[in-house]
Design a binder for this molecule. Sequence first.
Ligand code: ITT
Length: 201
Amino acid sequence: MKNIITNKKSLVFATHNQNKVDEIKDYIPKNINLLSLNDIGHKKEIEESGKSFYENASIKASYIYNKYNVSCFSDDSGLEVDYLSGRPGIYSARYAGKPYDNQKNIDYLLNEMGESKFRSANFKTYIVLIHNSHEEIFEGKVNGEILFKRKGSDGFGYDSIFLPVGLKKSFAELSLSEKNKISHRGIATRKLVKYLNDNFN
Ligand code: ITT
């Protein structure tokens, strides 16, 4: 692990997805030095061999905790579409195959949906934190529906085709803070932050 000099306690977010880091970094308590995998010099992808969001998040967090002996959390998240029996689910990042190609994933999913009017879906996040050999789990979920075509240009992943319940804007038409107020990751992150404020000192 790269030597990062600071008086603050370090906490690693075990992800290579910079969008995820950007979404939550402003919410992490200021007494914590939040580091990404890039910051600690860990380049290798951690294989997500679990059968659920929880298992994958736990695999990623445990791997980094054991390798670097540092407090750490990881997020596994994805989109579950009812018409597709919950797919892409844990395969959201590689739905149209590897390497990860966001636009191909969206095209693949829209093609599978066709003209179906049954378009309900949800995003889920599981965050697993490992701290002092102890595992904590934080969940978040947001319901919505899959649009017939892309709308908006912000965000990442499937944001441009996801219309959250109660709003007329897709996730890709919301600012980061608007998305965080209602999103799966925002909900899970607020639970994580509360835990860190109470226990991480
Ligand atoms: P790490 O495993 O390194 O954290 P990843 O991008 O591979 O990064 P996941 O395995 O959790 O992350 O896959 C989640 C995929 O689900 C992600 O690549 C997006 O395609 C999609 N996704 C998750 N959260 C999303 C969000 O808030 N908006 C849009 N798409 C999202």
